[in-house]
Structures are given as structure tokens and as C-alpha cells.
Design a protein around this ligand. Structure first.
Ligand code: ADP
Ligand code: MG
Length: 222
């Protein structure tokens, strides 16, 4: 079992770098999903924002998790147009505000930060569960993480359950009719396609699990 009980500054930076690398790798796929129910730019948008964000991380003055994530958020807002720039920008800004001044965080901090990040997205975009958006991944993932953290699961266990819930949420967007964002213009025709933002949010949480799990830390795999 992974004995680590906290996530360090370097591991948070590694999370963002892994997410950026995954999005780069999956850029065509994310854009293809968006071509079915949007305007075919989701992969391009996310890649542009994340590449601009990661080059700034090595030059940050302090090992402050909150400052790093706020920097990512501000860069997403300023470099990405469309819905996803402000929405992901808000996610990282709020996550960073919740972890301001910290050089390491525990699972409880991640739960609180994820709560704040999701609340920010909902204040901005007014979407709820079932609207066929990134929230259909993030909300069940947040619930799974909160339950796992509450039952004193290890970081590995908690993240595995979070990613499982995120994947189910992402897959469950396929039959939904979009009620928010560009896909909602299609009405019933938006059904039958997986939501691009729900997919990038799955990749975001998968990147966290892959970077923060025991094996990635060089610990013993369960
Ligand atoms: P745009 O729709 O402006 O082209 P993107 O293609 O980059 O922007 O992002 C589309 C994704 O944004 C959707 O798949 C959806 O998950 C997410 N999204 C759109 N509107 C909202 C909203 N109001 N709340 C939450 N997420 C949203
Ligand atoms: Mg789009």
C-alpha cells in the first residue's frame, strides 16, 4: 500500500505537465468529438492553453501549489477562446485559491479544492448534472473522491475510485441531449455523441491519478 499521505508541489506540477502531454496526444480525438456536436476546436483549444501554461511553471518564484495553479488558470483564460478557456481557467483559479500558500496538500485539501473549482464552473456556466458537459465527469468524480477521503482510503485507492467515477460519468454523456454550450444548439441531434469537455475532464483526473499514485511515486504498488 502506498504510505504517502500528501501530494507535493512537484507532484502537482507533474499533474499539470502530464495533463498537457495527454491533451497533446489526444488533441485530434478531442477535436473529433467536438466536430460531431460542436465546432471541432476542443482539442486545439485545450492544447493551446496548456502548452502556454506549462512553459511558465518552471519560472515561478516559490513552491506554492496555489500560485502555480492560479498561473495555469490565468493562462487558460487569456489564451483560450470558446467556452473551455474560461471554464477550465476558473477550475484552476479556484483550485489554486483553495490551495494558496501550500507546498503540499492532502486528500482532504484536494476534495475542498475540487469543490471550489466545480462551484466556480457552475457559477460561470450555470450547468448542472445531466446537461452533457464537463460537469458530468467532474461531479461524480468529486463525490467519489469525497467518499473515499471520508473513509480514510489511501491516496491510491481514492484516486482509483475517482477515475472510475469520472470514466462512468464521461461515458454516460453519450446518450444525453445537451442543454448547455454549443452542443445544445443541436437539440436532440446532440444525443449519441460523447461530450468533448467531459472527455478532457476525464483526462485531467486520470492524469492526477497516474501522477500521484504509489507506483508513479516510486512506492510499492498495491
Ligand atoms: P466551444 O464550445 O466554445 O467551442 P470548446 O469546444 O473548447 O468550446 O469546449 C466545449 C466543451 O465545453 C463542451 O464539450 C462542454 O463540456 C463544455 N461546456 C460548454 N458549455 C458549458 C457550460 N455552460 N458549463 C460547463 N461546461 C460547458
Ligand atoms: Mg468547440
Amino acid at each position: 500500500m502506498n504510505g504517502a499521505t500528501s501530494i507535493s508541489y512537484d507532484e502537482v506540477v507533474a499533474w499539470i505537465n502530464t495533463f498537457a502531454a495527454t491533451v497533446r496526444d489526444q488533441k485530434e480525438y478531442l477535436t473529433a468529438l467536438d466536430s460531431a456536436i460542436g465546432d471541432a476546436d476542443h482539442g486545439i483549444n485545450m492544447d493551446r492553453g496548456l502548452q502556454a501554461a506549462i512553459v511558465k511553471l518552471p519560472g515561478l518564484p516559490a513552491r506554492d501549489i496555489g500560485a502555480a495553479l492560479k498561473s495555469v488558470g490565468m493562462t487558460m483564460v487569456s489564451t483560450v477562446g470558446g467556452a473551455s478557456g474560461p471554464l477550465y481557467g476558473t477550475f484552476f483559479l479556484q483550485f489554486g485559491t483553495a490551495t494558496a500558500g501550500r507546498e503540499e496538500i492532502g486528500l482532504d485539501d484536494v476534495v475542498r479544492a475540487l469543490d471550489a473549482a466545480i462551484a466556480g464552473i457552475q457559477r460561470l456556466g450555470k450547468a448542472e448534472a445531466g446537461d452533457k458537459t464537463m460537469l458530468d465527469t467532474l461531479l461524480p468524480a468529486r463525490d467519489a473522491l469525497r467518499d473515499a477521503a471520508g473513509s480514510a482510503a489511501s491516496i491510491d485507492d481514492a484516486l482509483a475510485r475517482t477515475v472510475e467515477a469520472a470514466e462512468q460519468g464521461m461515458l454516460a454523456t453519450t446518450p444525453l441531449v445537451a442543454r448547455k454550450g454549443r452542443a445544445s444548439y443541436l437539440g436532440e441531434r446532440s444525443a449519441g455523441h460523447q461530450d468533448p469537455g467531459a472527455t478532457s475532464s476525464y483526462l485531467l483526473l486520470k492524469a492526477a491519478a497516474d501522477t500521484w499514485s504509489g507506483t508513479a511515486r516510486g512506492g510499492t504498488a498495491r
